[in-house]
Design a protein around this ligand. Sequence first.
Ligand code: MN
Length: 198
Amino acid sequence: MAKTTASLKKYRSKRDFKVTGEPKGSARTNGSSKELLYVIQKHQASHLHYDFRLEWHGVLLSWAVPKGPSLDPSVKRLAARVEDHPVEYGGFEGSIPEGEYGGGTVMLWDRGTWTPEVPDVDAALSKGELKFTLNGKKLKGSWVLVRTKGYGGSKKESWLLIKHRDRYASTEDVLEKKPRSVISNRLLPEIAAGSRVR
Ligand code: MN
């Protein structure tokens, strides 16, 4: 529990919860449920990117993927590790006010569960190679996150998100084919407009 709270310190320090509608989040023990949440949020901030999140130890481990995931196993997508987010963030869709951290529009692009393909997730994360299966609405099957040496100067860890070869691998552009929210069926501009009305 203490670990979770410490892990969310950075997330909270970046945000003013009186201004943004994003969840403050709390530690979560995930007692009975063995299901681990997986979520991708399409985030139109200063630059469009896809936030890839995997629940682990009661928080969402998070990576910002500028080009989004690819179903093509020959394509490696850069994924910058960012601060852990609260599990409640996995239910957030809407607008973050301009001027706030991450200001812009957030869409729940995909959501489901994930299963580690390794016996020890913590060891895999420190080693820099995590294999897992996704069971989302849009993304399924086997994937891997691999840490790279990164580019000098950047404080953020660089990882690569890669699809493994299986029956869900494809050269189809899933980002283009399935651009809508998995919970509201809205496109980004519709989410942005909807939030303004509220
Ligand atoms: Mn983001």
